[in-house]
Design a protein around this ligand. Structure first.
Ligand code: NAI
Length: 333
């Protein structure tokens, strides 16, 4: 099928071309993100392939449908950027990659935790400048610390197991659908207020939904332990960034590790090193020595990119052959 791949980077081309073996599909790569003004690039493309920061609201979907698009193939797991109701009304099928190395995201999450606790980001710079002083680098053991995991699906469950089995942390969890395997490991499900009150470290792994939007706001921060470490590798909108900045300034929040940011659409995945960043909230975050930010790279491993390309192309093939796809990959409102 003819596929318009939006927001395509060199690594997307590499992995999609590698897995498009026969070749099965005619892949045309566009560097631009999908927006209302770039949607016209997809005229007569039955398939549009997109990533996390492409815009798929009702006007964009209407335009795509009127131009002949039938399938939206997300090359990611999250689908908070798609107006699913509009897609359904327009007869557009939306598919995604439900799991592509949840280990990649879980391991990156733990990497952020250790970086913040042992201050690797500061140590790296110091040693390169010949500064071997340990002043200001004092960390803490994760062993026996209480870690609260919000959302124990595929990624959260792996994070919980790494911390429980490897670091011997006391892991608390919150999810509407508790995971029986985690319970057997001794991980305790508690309500959110208990998790906030008892956790030394809180890590977010729930999806962004109307219910979880700004879940971490000023009220939630107030309920947390003084000095708490907050990690978000899920979706930026789950955290009210301003509330976190206030928490950092007052010292109530001890450290923050982010792989996602609520306004990341204007920043992440692009080289802006020669530009003046206009987002004052983001630049304020960058000034804290106890904040580390990565630009939505938690998923970015070879294993995950292989899996994303293979599953996305197989989703497109299933749609072409049956005009339908496996229930596990179809996303509905
Ligand atoms: P999943 O669907 O396997 O797990 C999500 C879990 O969150 C489920 O157990 C669900 O019951 C729970 N949940 C739903 N609403 C909740 C609520 N209100 N409070 C607490 N828990 C709630 O998803 P998976 O694969 O574990 O991914 C989690 C999130 O990670 C995704 O939604 C996505 O936004 C993000 N992600 C980030 C990546 C990155 O590179 N930074 C890459 C892949 C996913």
């Amino acid at each position: 099928m003819k596929v318009a791949v939006f927001g395509a980077k060199s690594y997307d081309r590499e992995f999609f071309d590698k897995w498009n073996r026969t070749p099965q599909h005619e892949l045309v790569y566009f560097e631009s993100h999908l927006t209302l003004s770039t949607a016209s690039l997809a005229v007569d493309y039955p398939v549009v392939c997109v990533f996390v920061n492409d815009i798929l609201d009702a006007p964009v979907l209407r335009k795509l449908a009127s131009q002949g698009t039938k399938l939206i193939a997300l090359r990611c797991a999250g689908y908070n950027n798609v107006d699913l109701k509009a897609a359904e009304e327009l007869g557009l099928t939306v598919v995604r990659v439900p799991a592509y190395s949840p280990h990649a995201v879980a391991e990156h999450t733990v990497g952020l935790m250790l970086t913040l606790s042992r201050k690797y980001h500061r140590a790296y710079n110091r040693v390169r400048e010949g500064n071997f002083s340990l002043e200001g680098l004092l960390g803490f053991d994760f062993h026996c610390k209480t870690v609260g995991v919000v959302g124990t699906g595929k990624i959260g469950a792996i994070v919980a197991k790494i911390l429980n089995n490897g670091f011997e942390c006391n892991v608390l969890a919150y999810d509407k659908h508790p995971n029986a395997e985690l319970k057997e490991l001794g991980i305790r499900y508690v309500d959110l207020n208990t998790l906030y009150a008892q956790s030394d470290v809180i890590t977010l792994h729930c999806p962004l939904t109307p219910e979880t939007a700004h879940l971490i706001n000023a009220t939630a921060v107030e309920k947390m332990k003084k000095g708490v470490m907050l990690i978000n590798t899920s979706r930026g909108g789950i955290v009210d960034t301003q509330a976190v900045i206030e928490g950092l300034k007052s010292g109530h929040i001890g450290s923050v590790g982010l792989d996602v940011y609520e306004e990341e659409g204007d920043l992440f995945f692009e080289d802006l090193s020669s530009h003046v960043i206009q987002d004052d909230t983001f630049t304020r975050l960058l000034t804290f020595p106890n904040v580390i930010i990565t630009g939505h790279q938690a998923f970015f491993t070879q294993e995950a990119l292989d899996s994303i390309a293979e599953t996305t192309l197989s989703n497109i093939t299933s749609f072409e052959q049956h005009r339908t796809c496996d229930d596990k990959v179809v996303v509905t409102a």
